[in-house]
Design a protein around this ligand. Structure first.
Ligand code: B16
Ligand code: MG
Length: 218
């Protein structure tokens, strides 16, 4: 039996927490006197917390001393945690449950490859932790996307070859990481933004079971 390793990004793929990251970064940036556009936010998707704050400061030409930097990161995370505290199963993105069930029934490996350090509590809140064969998140890696470390670890944990791994990602950095790892990259979101992906879907609603079957048999 073919057993592929399906690696799901979390924010923006399984749950719509991308909007909460955006709101939390925007209020921090505005407080620092920095404008923060939707386009800039796009460049933060999939990017670690540390690297995100570094980018915001670079765009603004501002600097913070190490203590202020840490304080601002803590402030952003506290704000984000407040946003996600009320999450429940209704925040699973459309058809994620169908795709997860289909792959589970086909006995495929299901893994998480997320940059977020808040990934585990979020999976618990939307009640899907038990479906995963491996969970790799921001606490487990030292190199952030577009470095492929997070996806390579998910492959290792399921003893899968990289050519047998399929990554679902909503960020440019994540698609680049999947491509660097030699994995199949599937962009979930705007194909103009995610044009480096091998396949593109606006969301899981438009991804058929036939396509999933094709990936399993590939
Ligand atoms: P945290 P993903 C990423 O998660 C988000 O896309 C990115 O916006 C965020 O900065 C990063 O996680 C770190 O998140 O602050 O919760 O550790 O898309 O890789 O699942
Ligand atoms: Mg994401």
């Amino acid at each position: 039996m073919k057993r592929k390793c399906f690696i799901f990004d979390l924010d923006g793929v399984i749950v719509d927490t991308a909007k909460y990251h955006y709101q939390a970064w925007k209020s921090l940036a505005n407080e620092l006197g920095i404008d923060f556009s939707v386009e800039q936010n796009e460049q933060l998707k999939g990017v670690s917390r540390v690297d995100s704050l570094k980018k915001i400061l670079k765009w603004s030409g501002r600097t913070l001393d190490p203590i202020e930097f840490q304080n601002k990161m803590n402030q952003k995370n506290a704000n984000y945690i407040e946003y996600i505290s009320g999450m429940n199963t209704s925040e699973l993105l459309p058809d994620v449950d169908r795709v997860l069930k289909y792959l589970t029934n086909k006995e495929q490996f299901i893994t998480l490859g997320s940059a977020s350090k808040n990934a585990r509590p979020i999976l618990d809140k939307v009640k899907i932790t038990g479906l995963f064969d491996a969970i790799v998140d921001g606490n487990d890696v030292s190199k952030a996307k577009p470095n492929p470390e997070v996806f390579l670890r998910a492959a290792q944990q399921t003893k899968s070859k990289t050519k047998n791994c399929i990554v679902f990602e909503d960020s440019v950095a994540g698609i680049q990481a999947a491509n660097k790892a030699g994995m199949t990259s599937v962009g979930i979101g705007d194909p103009k933004i995610l044009h480096e992906a091998q396949y593109n879907f606006q969301n899981f609603k438009v991804m058929s079971n036939d396509f999933l079957e094709q990936l399993i048999k590939k």
